[in-house]
Design a protein around this ligand. Structure first.
Ligand code: ZN
Length: 557
C-alpha cells in the first residue's frame, strides 16, 4: 500500500518539453526530459526546457531518469538536468547513443555520467518497486514504453507509439510484454494524446514509397530529398529505394549525419558499401551534381527548409539547386514551420526546380490514433487514465476517445503542468498540491546547422568574454522574483568590474520591468532587447563586445 503522486513538469497543454514525474512514497522516478522549440521560426537559436527546480530540491530522492526514445522532445533536456544533479539515466542502446552525442555537443564527458543501456528483458529494482519496459513502434528505432510496478499496480507511461505492424524487428511492438505488465494490474496509464485527432490517417507509407519510386525511375538527373532527421525509418526507406535504383547517396545536415552514423554503427541503418558518398565543397572541378546522386537534406523543424533555400540562393557550399534538379519534399510542416515550408516552395519554384511535395495525408503518422489507444486500453485495462503529451485539445480528445471505448468518465484525469494526481492505496483523490513549473529558455546550441555562427561566437568569446544574465520572473503576476544576476567570464576591463555589472543589472531590470507591464510577453523580443541594449551599454563602458546570454526563467506560482 503506497502513496503515489503523478505530475508533469512539461508535456501537458503543449507539444514538447515532455517531463513527467512519478513519486512512489519517497522515491522519485523521472520519465523523459525533453526540449521544445519556441512557436516562431528562429533559425535554430533558442530552445525551451522544463523548469526542474522541484527535482533539484529533492534530488536525494530521485531514482533515475527513464527515457522512452531518442527524439529531442523527450531527451533534449537531459544534459541540462545532468549538469545540475548526478542521477542515473536509463534508455535503450540507441537512445543512450544519441544522448551520449548530445552530452558531447554540450562539452560534457560521457564517462562522468551514469548512463545505463536497458532493453525489454530488463527488470530494475528500486526497493519494492520494479521498473520494466516494452518495445513499441515509432519513427525512430528502439522506442519503449515504461511501467513502474508498485504494490498498488503499475503506472504505465506510453508516450509516442503506434500499433502499425512492421516488418523491421527494431521497430516492432512486444505485445507479450504488454500482456505481462497488464497481468500484474495497472493503476494508471499515461498515454500520448497528440495523434488522437488523426482521423482517417493512413497506417502505411505506400503512397510515399510509390511516389519516390516513380520519381527515381523517371529521372535521369540528381534528386534532392528533404527529410526530418527524427524520421529515421523514412530516411532508411529513401535509401533503400535509391540503392535499388542504382543511385549513390549523400546525406547533408550536421546533426542528421551524426544520428545516421550512430544508426549505421549500431546496425540500424544499412547502406551498401560504396553507396554513401561524402560531398566535398563546390569548386571549379567539383560541382556535386552527378546524375546518379541522391542527396538527402535533413534536419529538425525549419532546418531542411532553410538548407533548401540556401541551396537555391547559391549560399550552400555543397549543393546548388538549378532547373535540372528534382526536389522531393518529405517534410510536411509541423506547427510553427508552415510559413517557412510555404516560402521554401516559392523559392524552389522560382529557381525552376521540379518539385514533388509529399503531404501529411500521404504519410503514416508515427503517433497513436484513436484505434491504437483503444487497443492499448483494452490490453492494459488501467484503473485510471491520464492523457499526456499534446495541447489541451489533444488531451481532451483522448478523453472523448476513452469514453467512447467505455472508460468511466470519472476515472479519466485531465491535468495541467504542475497539477498533482494523488493515489492512496490505489484510490485517486484530487490534490491541492501544485508543483511549480515553467519554461526555461536556453540558447540552443543543441539545435541546428549553425556551425558558422557557433565558430564566430567562439572566436569572439576568446577575445571579448562572456556575460551571463539570469532573471527569474513571475510573468502572470508581473513580478521579478530574483536577479538580474550577472556573471562574467573572460571579460577583461580596466574599470571596476563590479561597477560595470551593477550597471548591466540595472539596465536589464529596466527592460524586464517594461515587458512585465505588458499583457503578453514576447520572450524572443525580450531576450533580444536585453542582448542588444546590454551590448550597447558594454561597448560604451568597456569598448568590448562580449557574447551576452540572457536566461529568463518564468516561474508559475
Ligand atoms: Zn517521438
Amino acid at each position: 500500500m503506497s502513496k503515489i503522486k503523478i505530475f508533469a513538469l512539461g508535456g501537458l497543454g503543449e507539444n514538447g518539453k515532455n517531463m513527467f514525474v512519478v513519486e512512489v512514497d519517497k522515491r522519485i522516478f523521472i520519465l523523459d526530459a525533453g526540449i521544445k522549440y519556441p512557436s516562431v521560426d528562429l533559425y535554430g537559436i533558442d530552445a525551451v526546457i522544463p523548469d526542474f527546480t522541484y527535482l533539484i530540491e529533492n534530488k536525494d530522492r530521485v531514482q533515475g531518469i527513464f527515457l522512452s526514445h531518442g527524439h529531442e522532445d523527450h531527451i533534449g533536456a537531459v544534459p541540462e538536468v545532468l549538469k545540475q544533479m548526478n542521477v542515473g539515466v536509463f534508455g535503450t542502446h540507441f537512445t543512450i547513443s544519441i544522448l551520449e552525442d548530445l552530452l558531447q555537443e554540450e562539452g560534457m564527458k560521457v564517462a562522468d555520467h551514469r548512463l545505463y543501456r536497458i532493453n525489454d528483458d530488463k527488470e530494475l529494482k528500486f526497493g519494492n518497486i520494479n521498473v520494466v519496459f516494452y518495445n513499441v513502434s515509432h519513427s525512430i528505432p528502439e522506442s519503449i514504453n515504461i511501467a513502474i510496478k508498485t504494490e498498488d499496480g503499475a503506472i504505465v507511461y506510453a508516450p509516442d507509439f503506434n500499433f502499425n505492424v512492421r516488418q523491421d524487428d527494431r521497430y516492432r511492438t512486444s505485445f507479450h510484454k504488454i500482456n505481462e505488465v497488464a497481468s500484474g494490474g495497472v493503476l494508471a496509464l499515461l498515454s500520448e494524446s497528440i495523434g488522437t485527432s488523426n482521423i482517417n490517417r493512413i497506417n502505411n507509407d505506400y503512397a510515399m514509397t510509390y511516389t519516390i519510386n516513380e520519381v527515381l525511375q523517371t529521372s535521369e538527373k540528381r534528386i534532392i530529398f528533404s527529410t526530418f532527421s527524427s524520421d529515421l525509418d523514412r530516411i532508411q526507406r529513401i535509401i533503400n529505394i535509391a540503392v535499388e535504383n542504382n543511385r549513390r547517396i549523400a546525406i547533408i545536415g550536421r546533426k542528421a549525419q551524426k544520428i545516421v552514423n550512430i544508426a549505421i554503427n549500431s546496425g540500424y541503418l544499412k547502406i551498401p558499401n560504396g553507396k554513401l558518398v561524402n560531398l566535398k565543397f563546390i569548386d571549379d572541378k567539383n560541382t556535386n551534381d552527378d546524375d546518379d546522386l541522391v542527396v538527402i537534406v535533413t534536419g529538425t523543424r525549419h532546418e531542411p527548409f532553410y538548407m533548401l533555400q540556401r541551396m537555391c540562393r547559391k549560399q550552400d557550399r555543397l549543393i546548388e539547386i538549378n532547373e535540372n534538379d528534382q526536389v522531393v519534399m518529405v517534410t510536411p510542416p509541423v506547427p510553427g514551420t508552415e510559413r517557412m515550408a510555404a516560402k521554401t516552395l516559392d523559392v524552389l519554384y522560382k529557381r525552376g526546380a521540379i518539385v514533388t511535395n509529399i503531404t501529411k495525408d500521404m504519410l503514416r503518422s508515427s503517433h497513436a490514433d484513436a484505434n491504437d489507444l483503444k487497443m492499448l486500453y483494452s490490453m492494459l485495462k488501467p484503473k485510471y487514465l491520464i492523457p499526456v503529451i499534446g495541447e489541451y485539445r489533444h488531451q481532451y480528445q483522448q478523453k472523448k476517445v476513452a469514453i467512447s471505448a467505455g472508460f468511466p468518465k470519472e476515472k479519466i484525469i485531465l491535468m495541467d503542468n504542475g497539477d498533482v494526481a494523488e493515489f492512496e492505496n490505489g484510490a485517486y483523490r484530487t490534490s491541492k498540491d501544485k508543483v511549480s513549473t515553467g519554461d526555461v529558455l536556453i540558447d540552443g546550441l543543441l539545435v541546428g546547422d549553425i556551425n558558422e555562427v557557433v565558430l564566430y561566437d567562439r572566436g569572439m568569446l576568446a577575445q571579448e568574454g562572456l556575460v551571463l544574465i539570469n532573471v527569474v520572473i513571475d510573468a502572470r503576476n508581473h513580478k521579478i522574483l530574483s536577479g538580474p544576476k550577472i556573471v562574467t567570464k573572460g571579460l577583461i576591463i580596466s574599470d571596476s568590474l563590479e561597477e560595470v555589472t551593477d550597471k548591466v543589472a540595472n539596465e536589464t531590470e529596466k527592460i524586464v520591468k517594461s515587458y512585465l507591464k505588458k499583457k503578453y510577453i514576447d520572450w524572443n523580443s525580450l531576450k533580444n532587447d536585453v542582448r542588444e541594449k546590454v551590448l550597447k551599454l558594454l561597448r560604451k563602458l568597456t569598448k568590448k563586445r562580449p557574447i551576452i546570454i540572457p536566461t529568463i526563467i518564468d516561474v508559475e506560482i
